[in-house]
Each structure stands twice: as C-alpha cells, then as structure tokens.
Design a protein around this ligand. Structure first.
Ligand SMILES: Cc1cc2nc3c(=O)[nH]c(=O)nc-3n(C[C@H](O)[C@H](O)[C@H](O)COP(=O)(O)OP(=O)(O)OC[C@H]3O[C@@H](n4cnc5c(N)ncnc54)[C@H](O)[C@@H]3O)c2cc1C
Length: 500
C-alpha cells in the first residue's frame, strides 16, 4: 500500500471533489497559504450540466478571489429577468444591471462547465495539486492525522479533510456510524427537465430569436414554472421546466437524457407560443428528480478533522437559486476558520465546529426560501385567477433569494469567528494576528469590515481592539448563529457524554 503523507510545514488540506464547492475551497485555502491537494474520481472537470447562477453573495467572493471577472466575461450576467404568465404576458421585470450597486456584485449566470473551468485554472495558478482518477473509497477519521484511501490503495494523509463530494456524498455513507446511519435524501414530489443547446437553429427562427437577447425569462404556470437562460453571449440557450412528479419517474443521473417531447408534451396550446417554438428546437432533455433536503445532522466527523461542504451537506431545491452560491460561501468560511484558528493542526477541530456554527443557520434560510419560492411561483396563476378582490402582487414573483445577496460570508466569518470559536471551545485562545493574517490573505481590509455597536461579545487573547468588536450590523443571521451555537454545544456535550 502506498502512503502519501503530504509533507509540508503549512497546513495540509485534502479536498475531495472538483465541483464548485471543492474548487472554491481549494482556491480559498490556497489563498491562506495552505498546502492543498484535491482528489477527484473523474478524469477531468465535469463537462455535464447546463446553466448555473451565482447570486451577488457568491459573486462578490469570486470577484475578490480574482476569478469573478473571468466568469462575468464568459457568462450572460446582465440585462433583464422577465416574469410572465403561462400565456406569455409580462408580469414583472427585474433589472440585473442594477445589482452591483444594490448588492455589491453582479450575478454570474452561465455555462456550468465553463465556470468550473475558470475555477480550475485559478486553483492551479495558486499551486493547488488536482489529482484526477483518484476516487476516495475510505476515510480514516483520526483525531491526530486524518487520511483517505484511494481506489488504487494509496493512502493520502493530511491535517484536515474537506469533503465536497456532491449530493449523493459517498463519504457520508463511508463515515456514518452504525448507530447514526446517513439519512437518504427524500424526493420532493417535483422534478425538473433541463437542457442546453447552441443557438444556431434558434437564431434563424424569427418566432423565437429574441430568446438570445440576454434576458432571463420565467413563465409561472399551474404548479409548475419554466425558465430560459441565455448563455455565452447569445451563443447558447438553456431551459428548465419544474413540475409536479408524484410518479418519481425522473432520474438522479446528470447524464440520463430523454427525448425533448417528454417535456414539451406537458406544455399544451395554452402556453406562450414563443416558448413552445423555442423548446421544439431542443433535441433532448435531462429529467432530474428534485430531492428534499434538510441540512445533514453531522457536518463534522467524530474525529473532528473531516468536514463537509456544498451539496454533500445541504443540497438545495433549484428554486433556492443558491446551490452553487452556498457552496462558495461554505468554501470561503471554512478556509477563513482554519486560518483564524492558527493555520495549525491543533486548531482544526475548533475551526470546523465554528465553520458549522457560522454556516448552518444561513444554509437553513436558503433552503427554506427555496421551498417558499416554489410555492409562491407555483400558486401565482391559481391565486391570480381565483382572487378578484386581492390578486397577488406582481412583485411577489421577485426571487426571494435576492434577500441573501447583500451578505458577505468572509466579512461575516471575520466578525463572528472569535465569539463562536470561544463558545465552541472555551479553552481556545485566539491570537489577534491570526485574524489579521487571515484577512490580509483573503484580500480584505479589516478597516472596511462593518464595526458592530458597542458591547460586542467577541474576545481575543489580547486587549480590546477593532477585531474584538467586529460584527455585522443588523444581520439576522448573527442572532440565528448564536442560538445555533448553543444548540450545537448542547448536542455535542450529549454526544460526548454518550461516547464516554
Ligand atoms: C454533473 C453535474 C451537473 C450539474 N449541473 C447543474 C446545472 O446544470 N445547474 C445547476 O444549477 N446545478 C447543477 N449541478 C449542481 C451544482 O453543481 C451543485 O448544486 C453546486 O455547484 C454544488 O456542488 P458541489 O461541489 O457540492 O457538488 P458536485 O458539483 O456534485 O461535485 C462533486 C464532485 O465530487 C466528485 N466525487 C464524488 N465522489 C467522489 C469520490 N468518492 N472521490 C473523489 N471524487 C468524488 C464528483 O465526481 C464531483 O466532481 C450539477 C452537478 C453535477 C455533479
């Protein structure tokens, strides 16, 4: 059996998976000068999938990491988002060009494979080692030196393992204990058809050439909705059609393509003729079952050195419009927590516990907004037709996820880490220079991070200073994080009591 103990005097980080969560974590960790190795079972970055959207909350991090500008160039992230009735009448228009001014960064909307490529290049430029055809088949959940075993039999050990192996997360099953088995994800009762095609045939069809004009369009029907997304500056178009599917006939495999008729036959003549015309050009559709998710109970392994991020710990409904974005926030937060805990193996457990405390309430909020969004969009048509006295407001179609866009996950971690680390481990002694260095490595000027009102409860080993009281003003997630920290502390001590 071959052993690779990643030799380095820097914190040795092993990341499993090269989806957005894994690559973003690789970039954020490399920016903190950690020695990063990413293990991916496939032979390269996945070419699968179609359109993906990153909200301003993720986009501001990606821009700070110098990769957002490239994604912005590759995507179709400006223009309008128009909401329509099933018949094609405009109900609400959102001006995406205003988003940088309102939320601090544009949305990034484009082809999944292309965006993944941008992150892959950046990770390599930062010295990240990406090893393809390296499937992890076993985890060693050691409190001293965690390790993974590859299908080849090679053992790779490090100081921390970050699991970003996606919605089906083999790691979750490999790490589950007999008394706490991994919970299988539940079908939500809805499925989504999705596809992407290059623009040729659409561009030459006068009835639907408008679809390539840079506008995102959403039609709300009876318990369903359809979206079209322009990509690559009008050179490609993607669509999604989300509908009730009690039969659960949809697949769970991103490669399982079906004839387009399986989608279009559900959109009868009452639907917008332009939409029907454009969808007729797509050769096939991928029919994907939407899984209902609550965040997993365990975000960290019992040994305290293996943490989960991205879909592996909290898949999102597509209507949350936050699947990719929350992965980026996870990645940013976990890297900063490791750095603020001293960039040292001894600080890994408190770093991972604090990452969970900071992230769990936010993730729950995004998941819950996704469910509410689906209900709102899917009931709009029936509420509009049944209610004459108080019809639903057109603005109620505005995506609820916009409420998450102003957040800056890195600021939030810098502000709240000291208090939550202390809450998770009262013996943890933090040095202010760890925060200063973490912020500097992340490219953040601490003086620009919003100062909290007097009486903040942060504490460091040194005397009062700006870091001690850095907290985001008026941010509801902070209150939620406080109560989560309490719940997690109680649960952890119950677990520890049970183990001893
Ligand atoms: C093929 C594919 C296509 C998608 N297309 C879209 C889309 O079009 N639109 C959209 O909104 N969302 C799409 N998604 C989902 C979206 O990418 C995620 O919600 C989000 O980006 C977070 O992903 P993640 O990095 O947590 O997981 P994923 O993107 O699922 O990445 C997980 C990675 O881990 C690797 N992996 C798994 N097990 C192992 C193992 N044992 N050893 C080593 N590597 C392992 C996988 O090969 C994969 O590369 C897609 C996901 C996938 C996998």
């Amino acid at each position: 059996m071959a052993f690779s103990s990643l030799a380095s005097n820097r914190l040795r980080v092993i990341i499993v998976g090269t989806g957005f969560a894994g690559l973003a974590a690789a970039i954020a960790c490399a920016r903190q000068n950690f020695a990063v190795t990413v293990l991916e079972r496939s032979s390269g970055l996945s070419p699968h999938g179609d359109s993906i959207l990153f909200g301003s909350n993720a986009s501001k991090l990606l821009h700070r990491w110098d990769v957002g500008a490239d994604m912005y160039k590759r995507g179709a992230s400006r223009g309008k988002w128009i909401f329509k009735t099933q018949q094609g009448e405009d109900i609400w228009v959102e001006d995406l060009d205003e988003f940088p001014a309102i939320y601090g960064a544009p949305i990034l909307q484009g082809k999944r494979a292309s965006f993944l490529g941008s992150l892959g290049v950046e990770a390599r430029l930062l010295g990240v080692q990406i090893r393809y055809e390296s499937e992890v088949v076993k985890y060693w959940d050691s409190a001293e030196e965690p390790a993974v075993v590859l299908a080849s039999g090679e053992v790779v050990s490090g100081d921390v393992v970050i699991v970003a192996d996606g919605v089906h997360s083999p790691a979750r099953h490999l790490l589950a204990s007999r008394d706490r088995p991994a919970v299988p994800k539940r079908p939500s009762g809805y499925s989504i058809h999705r596809a992407v095609m290059t623009s040729g045939a659409i561009a030459s069809d006068a009835t639907c050439a408008d679809f390539l004009d840079g506008t995102i369009r959403t039609w709300v029907g009876d318990d369903c909705h359809v979206c079209t997304y322009p990509m690559e500056h009008g050179n490609a178009l993607a669509f999604t059609f989300t509908h009730r599917d009690e039969q659960r006939e949809a697949s769970l495999d991103w490669r399982n393509k079906k004839p387009i008729a399986e989608a279009t036959e559900q959109l009868d003549a009452s639907w917008d003729p332009a939409l029907r015309a454009v969808l007729a050009h797509f050769p096939s559709t991928l029919h994907w079952q939407i899984l209902d998710e609550t965040p997993e109970t365990e975000w960290i392994s019992a040994g305290g050195k293996i943490g989960f991020i991205g879909d592996a710990v909290h898949a999102m409904m597509p209507t949350s419009l936050q699947g990719g974005s929350q992965s980026i926030e996870d990645a940013a937060t976990i890297a900063l927590c490791l750095a603020m805990a001293g960039s040292d193996p001894a600080g890994v457990r408190v770093a991972l516990e604090t990452y969970e405390s900071l992230r769990r309430p936010r993730v729950q909020q995004a998941q819950s907004l996704g469910k509410q969004q689906q209900d709102l969009w899917h009931s709009f048509a029936s509420r509009a037709s049944s209610s004459t006295s108080s019809p639903p407001r057109p603005s109620s179609l505005r995506p609820l996820s916009f409420a998450l866009y102003a957040h800056d996950a890195e600021h939030f971690a810098l502000v709240n880490f000291p208090a939550y680390a202390q809450a998770n481990d009262p013996d943890f002694v933090m040095q202010r220079r760890w925060v200063v260095e973490a912020a500097r490595n992340a490219g953040i000027d601490l003086a620009q991070v919003p100062r909290p009102p007097a009486g903040g409860h942060g504490s460091t080993s040194e005397s009062d200073g700006p870091l001690e009281v850095l907290r985001e003003r008026g941010n509801g997630s902070e209150r939620a994080a406080e109560s989560t920290a309490k719940v997690l502390r109680t649960r952890r001590s119950t677990l520890l009591r049970r183990r001893s």
